[in-house]
Design a protein around this ligand. Structure first.
Ligand code: ATP
Ligand code: MG
Length: 645
């Protein structure tokens, strides 16, 4: 079952193509073919552009599911991200243009960033941090978050960043899972005009925990915090006496770089482990070709460093490219929904990378917030995190991109480390809702249950058939779960856990999580397709679709819908929306139940959590792991609404 083919295909403009690294579909195809025929050759050429202390002896050692990339090679990842710029022509170039939520601004050049990282690395040495030690970072979105990560990496210590929106309970979980005994945090951070009490949360998480050796606290908001003698230290006091010179050691290419927990859209988060040489190569290469980053770009990725997008596309990839980037501390709607657009105008942002959940929130807020800003500096837009509904895509393209900027809809995962499926902006014809084609060296395919490749438009499981440098090496401390989750569906192939189909042009359409795909009277229906049909209606801001058991059909379609301002929750609209889905997709997809909802349950990274809705419509309540839920009251209010019916 698939949506009717949409006629809107957007070819890259001549101007864009002319200056892009890859400037035609034919060129992409030729390079992709070559990269798939000889992936090791392709990746070795890319890796060569980075700084290595010792060359690798072998590009790849592969025995599924164990990959070793650039075997025998030695590097310090921060030399590619910092030293080579700080000692060269980019010395005085802005690396980070920071804007705090209250409006404070600060610029760090590559030379300054390098110095700060060296200094903080010396601070960590003073606290006894050694190679392979795990260090938990719980920070607001300020430059010091990146400095802390890079300082760990410089020492070969393994950082584990926990998103600043998470609770004490989540910190405690991740501390015990990763075995970290050092913590880097701040007194607080600004979010929607209020202070997020980061240090207090840390205190609660480690109450009675004798293992913790040090807590370093950056002073950001200035409110009172408790400091435990000998364990807790102020960042500014430690750095005041630390040398800003640090001679970096070289580490093995497969040295562990970080552990990052997944978003938890489908259950308990997994501690994804990434290593050094391959990860750097993957993030660097994708920045180069997918964001087509230039020396004069002002790049802005709105993700938090607590997510993989922040690791790969704020810290490691862009810095390895030597680009200038904007980092913003706070909420997109503070003081109002015009904040992002004002920042793009003020800083002259040229490349902007955000998530569908943010775009839908902007649409819901209304166009007035966009219209009084000059966004003409933008040349390229990106999207990540969920399938982008075609309606949201068109709004983004038109209202933000002025119809002139290509949108790279990037499909990837915490586990893949770098973007896997995405348009190349100067080459790939775009179509709203598809991440289009695999990146160089990525052998993506869609398989049916028996392992055969699906025909065009047939829905199946998304797999990657060849190893790639930035792939996760394991789930930290749980190799068995790693094997079972990603490597047990098909012998030797990586299963992403997403359901997808490919159209006749070869474009990949992600239609939902495998667990979320519905089976209605023998038809497989993707949640993303039904949701996009709903979002295509003028009254709808967001939609989430799940299945509930049905004696006749196997599964019935249940939709939850939030409305845009100015529309009322009426039975007439309910019927209209059901009919609308019938018209767009087919009668089979018409929601059996359609609930209006004030809000949808989301992860803290903004993704809709369908498993909770599914549980709710099946059992009437929810249980299980709720720590990644952004706002529990959303589920409570839905539960009450459903109970009343
Ligand atoms: P968990 O694995 O804990 O359930 P998660 O899968 O949400 O959480 P992430 O690694 O942050 O954690 O997200 C990766 C997933 O996000 C992908 O598997 C896919 O479902 C979705 N995704 C990311 N980008 C896109 C995109 N451009 N189009 C469609 N889906 C996307
Ligand atoms: Mg996942």
């Amino acid at each position: 079952m698939s949506q009717k083919p949409s006629p809107d295909i957007y070819k890259p403009s001549k101007e864009f193509s002319k200056q892009a690294r890859i400037s035609s579909l034919a060129e992409y195809k030729r390079m992709w073919q070559e990269s798939i025929a000889q992936p090791e050759k392709f990746w070795a050429e890319q890796a060569q552009e980075l700084t290595w202390r010792e060359p690798w002896k072998k590009v790849l050692e592969w025995k599924a599911p164990d990959a070793k990339w650039f075997v025998g090679g030695k590097l310090n990842i921060t030399e590619s991200c910092l030293d080579r710029h700080a000692t060269g022509p980019r010395k005085n170039k802005a690396a980070i243009i920071f804007e705090g939520e209250p409006g404070d601004r600060r610029t760090l050049t590559y030379a300054q960033l390098h110095k700060e990282v060296c200094q903080f690395a010396n601070v960590l040495i003073g606290q006894g941090v050694k190679s392979k030690d795990r260090v938990l970072i719980y920070m607001p979105m300020i430059p010091e978050a990146a400095i802390a990560m890079l300082a760990c990496a410089r020492l070969g210590a393994v950082h584990s960043v926990v998103f600043g929106g998470f609770s004490a309970e989540s910190i405690a979980d991740r501390l015990s899972d990763s075995g970290a005994v050092h913590i880097i945090t701040a007194d607080g951070g600004w979010r929607r005009g209020k202070v997020v009490p980061l240090k207090d949360n840390v205190d609660e998480a480690i109450k009675g925990n004798r293992e913790i050796k040090s807590v370093i606290v950056y002073q950001r908001t200035g409110q009172q915090v408790a400091m435990q003698k000998d364990r807790d230290h102020w960042w500014h006091e430690l750095t005041a006496t630390a040398s800003s010179r640090h001679q970096a050691k070289a580490f093995d290419s497969e040295h562990p770089l970080f552990i990052l927990y997944t978003s938890g859209s489908t259950g308990k988060p997994k501690g994804i482990l990434h290593t050094t040489g391959g990860y750097l190569t993957g993030t660097y290469t994708t920045c180069k070709y997918i964001f087509d980053m230039r020396d004069d770009d002002i790049y802005w990725c709105t993700a938090d460093v607590g997510w993989i997008t922040g690791h790969s596309y704020i810290v490691y990839g862009p810095l390895a490219m030597g680009v200038t980037q904007v980092i913003y501390e706070g909420a997109p709607n503070f003081p109002d929904f015009g904040r992002f657009w004002k920042m793009i105008e003020d800083h002259g942002v040229t490349i902007f990378y955000t998530a569908p959940t943010a775009i839908r929130a902007f649409i819901k807020a209304g166009d007035a917030f966009v219209e009084n800003h000059d966004l003409s500096s933008l040349r390229l837009l990106g999207s990540v995190g969920e399938p982008i509904n075609p309606e949201a895509w068109r709004w983004y393209h038109q209202k933000i991109g002025g119809g002139r900027c290509p949108i790279v809809d990037t499909w990837w995962q915490t586990e893949t480390g770098a973007i896997m499926i995405s348009p190349l902006p100067g080459a790939t014809p775009l179509e709203p809702g598809t991440a289009t084609l695999p990146f160089f060296g990525v052998d993506a395919a869609i398989l049916d249950d028996s392992g055969k490749e699906c025909k065009a438009n047939e829905q199946g499981r998304l797999v990657i058939r060849k190893p790639w440098p930035s792939m996760t090496r394991t789930i930290y401390g749980d190799k068995a779960r790693f094997k079972k989750t990603y490597w047990s569906d098909y012998e030797g192939l990586y299963t992403a856990g997403d359901s997808a189909r490919r159209d006749k042009r070869g474009n990949f359409w992600i239609v939902g999580r495998l667990d979320d795909v519905l089976n209605v009277s023998g038809h497989r229906l993707g949640t993303a397709e039904v949701e996009s049909a709903l979002v295509g209606h003028k009254a709808v801001a967001e939609a989430a679709v799940v299945g509930r058991p049905d004696d006749l059909k196997g599964q019935a379609v249940v939709a939850f819908v939030t409305l845009k301002a100015g529309f009322d929750e009426t039975p007439t609209l309910q019927k209209e929306l059901r009919d609308h889905v019938g018209k767009v997709i087919g009668a089979i997809a018409k929601p059996d139940d359609l609930h209006f909802a004030p809000a949808l349950p989301k992860t803290r990274s903004g993704k809709i959590i369908r498993r909770l809705l599914k549980e709710l419509v099946t059992t009437g309540s929810v249980s299980g792991n709720l720590t990644t839920l952004e706002d529990f009251s959303v589920i409570e209010s839905l539960q009450q609404r459903l109970a009343k019916r």
